[in-house]
Design a protein around this ligand. Structure first.
Ligand code: FE2
Length: 238
């Protein structure tokens, strides 16, 4: 799946709905490059790295997780370089890493794990890792010629959503933050269960940020105004 370009320095490998694999982002700095999310499995991240190699782009030396959900984090064991997430994401992954793999395999994403099973045939194939570096609330990263602004925000999807804003390009990576809570395959179909307070807070956050393009993990990039209107439509239904 070839890389798609959002600007000279920002690219992504598109999501793959057949496996529920999220997009994997790439930011090319002069001093080092950064990936957004590790992906769901070794196969997923190998695919990403092979696309980078085809484009003669250096492998990321830092991988930032948008949140702890398995499709974004379970390939952490296979990343190049260091990894980073907010402290809540790190604590969720610590708990997951301690869980018996059989139990994890059985219970992850409630009783529905069809996509997990597509990537992992046996519980013993799971190798859960915790990011190397954690941050609280916000963090600024200068990769050389491009700066990223990370924020741990309230979102309707999880309690550990990190947004990544690249102010120079007005591009905002949101992970799954604008989806509702996903507890089953049925929630995946419907876009998830929303709670009014978190949704309202998230819309306010999006309004405050100076972004023109929003990059979802499981959807194509959209204009920020379009995203805000969509979420306001959901909020109006409460
Ligand atoms: Fe998620």
């Amino acid at each position: 799946m070839p890389m798609e370009k959002l600007s000279e320095r920002i690219m992504f490998m598109p999501p793959d709905p057949a496996y529920d694999r999220p997009m994997l982002g790439y930011i090319k700095g002069d001093r080092f490059s950064i990936a957004i999310d590790a992906g769901s499995s070794e196969e997923h991240i190998r695919l990403f790295y092979s696309e980078l190699e085809k484009e003669q782009l250096p492998l990321p030396e830092l991988t930032i997780l948008t949140h702890s959900h398995w499709d974004h984090s379970f390939a952490l064991a296979y990343t190049n370089g260091l990894s980073l997430a907010n402290e809540k994401t790190c604590s969720h992954l610590q708990a997951i890493a301690k869980t018996d793999p059989e139990e994890l395999f059985r219970s992850y994403i409630s009783e529905d794990y069809s996509f997990l099973r597509k990537e992992y045939k046996t519980p013993s194939s799971l190798d859960i890792r915790v990011p190397d570096i954690s941050f609280r609330k916000s963090l600024r990263i200068d990769a050389g010629g491009i700066t990223l602004s990370l924020m741990h925000v309230i979102s309707p999807h999880t309690d550990d959503s990190t947004l990544i804003l690249i102010p120079s390009e007005k591009i905002l990576f949101i992970g799954d933050a604008s989806s509702g809570e996903i507890l089953s395959d049925a929630d995946l179909e419907s876009g998830g269960r929303y709670r009014k307070e978190e949704l309202s807070s998230f819309i306010k956050t999006l309004r405050k940020l100076d972004a023109t393009t929003i990059v979802h993990s499981h959807w194509q990039p959209v204009p920020a105004e379009e995203e805000i209107s969509y979420l306001e439509g959901i909020l109006a239904e409460f």
